[in-house]
Design a protein around this ligand. Structure first.
Ligand SMILES: *Cc1c(COP(=O)(O)O)cnc(C)c1O
Length: 422
């Protein structure tokens, strides 16, 4: 018997009796994801290499995480160096890497102070708790409700699924965490009507990511800021996806000229190392004193070394100019594809390298056709395909993506002919 046959036999021998006895068969990995049939073993810049040798142009960047592409030499050096020294000590002690990263984030943004955690959802949890604590600290603990928007995505913890308000993520998980009032996207009148004596703040993504690359126009951002000021509310921004240079500014809200009181970031902050942060003004953070919030892993030396290295690159004087110029080229090219293949693509939206193709066909069909041709892109709500390349791409990578997109669209317009990836 071949090795694989022995394995197969062993598996059946184990599985069949379990099936017969009525015990369900679950995969060793909890089956909460519908994964594409591909696994990668290495990456290089904007390319990923699959275990079967195929090469992919990665225009999804691990959902806007790998902002500097894969295997960036500066990040490898920072991680390797830290790995030989110290991984973890806990927040019982000073962590110099946190000090440095916090000072740099404070210098580069509206914020006066930073809390480090491990993920986007945790950054949102801190933001939400901080907004509630702010009002409690000022003698108004009844002000705990936060206004959010339809189509939002803020994470998968109990509070953040309540904030996101999406039925598909809330169903079956018991009573929705109280304290979130959802209004239609960009409906400012609805926001005004919803503000009440229990409202603590307004939470919004400057560009909805999972919701389908739906930007909030600068006027609407300014109107929300004014409403918050008028009613003594805090403006909370979720820049987990739109932050760290993705839109061509360090943070997307900078396009509107306003500043938030609290901001959650994560994804690209660690360039692939799990790390998140909650940034805030001194005023908004007033109630966050020793003991009221914490985390074991958040801001550990490994994460801080990598995030500081990411910031080294993103804060280079020409970095954002590069993002903007390559993004303009990409958006132009995508607009031409949308024109040429209007049966497949309805329009192109988004800012910088956070772009979306609103589809006329099922978005998953386009994603599959792209993957079959060696390019990765990511689905989103509103039947959109997200184009989220690493921020380090060059025009040559855009041309490569455009050729694949053209071919994929053509195959979906006429009789789809299956083409094997290179
Ligand atoms: C990804 C994302 C989150 C959640 O981040 P996790 O790290 O998955 O918890 C929250 N908000 C936005 C806008 C996101 O894109």
């Amino acid at each position: 018997m071949l090795h694989s046959e022995i394995l197969c036999f062993a598996r059946k021998a184990e599985v069949f009796p379990r099936l017969l006895s009525g015990i369900s068969v679950i995969t060793p990995i909890l089956p909460t994801y519908a994964r594409a049939p591909v696994a990668f073993e290495k990456g290089e810049g904007p390319y990923l290499f699959a275990t079967d040798g195929r090469r992919f142009l990665d225009f999804g960047a691990g959902i806007a995480v790998n902002a500097l592409g894969h295997a960036h030499p500066h990040l490898i050096a920072a991680l390797s160096e830290q790995a030989t020294k110290l991984w973890h000590t806990s927040n019982l002690y000073q962590v110099p890497g946190q000090q440095r990263l916090a000072e740099r984030l404070v210098a580069a943004t509206f914020a006066d102070t930073v809390f480090f955690c491990n993920s986007g959802a945790e950054a949102l949890e801190c933001s939400i708790k901080m907004a509630r604590k702010y009002h409690a600290h000022h003698g108004a603990p009844q002000r705990f409700r936060i206004i959010t928007f339809e189509g939002a995505f803020h994470g998968r913890t109990l509070a953040t699924i309540a904030a996101g308000g999406q039925k598909k993520y809330l169903d079956g998980f018991g009573p929705k965490v109280d304290g979130f009032d959802q209004v239609p996207f960009l409906d400012l009148d609805a926001v005004k009507c919803t503000i009440g004596r229990e409202t603590a703040g307004i939470l919004i993504e400057p560009i909805q990511g999972e919701g389908g690359i739906r930007p909030v126009p600068p006027e609407a951002m300014r109107a929300l800021r004014e409403l918050c000021d008028e009613h003594g509310l805090l403006l909370l921004l979720d820049e987990v996806q739109s932050g760290m240079g993705r839109t061509g500014k360090l943070f997307a809200h900078e396009w509107s000229g306003i500043t938030p009181d609290i901001m959650a970031i994560a994804k690209a902050l660690g360039g692939g190392f799990p790390v998140g942060a909650c940034l805030a003004t001194e005023k908004a953070a007033a109630g966050m004193t020793a003991g009221v919030h914490g985390t074991t892993f958040g801001g550990n030396p490994l994460a801080m070394a990598v995030a500081n290295a990411v910031l080294d690159v993103v804060l280079e004087p020409t970095f954002l100019a590069h993002v903007n110029s390559v993004a303009n080229y990409l958006k132009q090219q995508l607009a031409m594809i949308a024109d040429k293949h209007s049966e497949v693509i309805e329009d192109v939206r988004g800012q910088g390298l956070m772009l979306g193709l609103k589809c006329r066909i099922e978005n998953t069909k386009l994603i599959d056709a792209l993957r079959e041709r060696g390019m990765l892109a990511i689905g989103a709500g509103d039947n959109v395909v997200r184009i989220l390349p690493p921020l380090i791409i060059e025009e040559a990578h855009v041309r490569e993506a455009v050729a694949i997109l053209n071919d994929a669209c053509a195959s979906l317009t006429h009789r789809p002919a299956k083409v094997a990836a290179k």
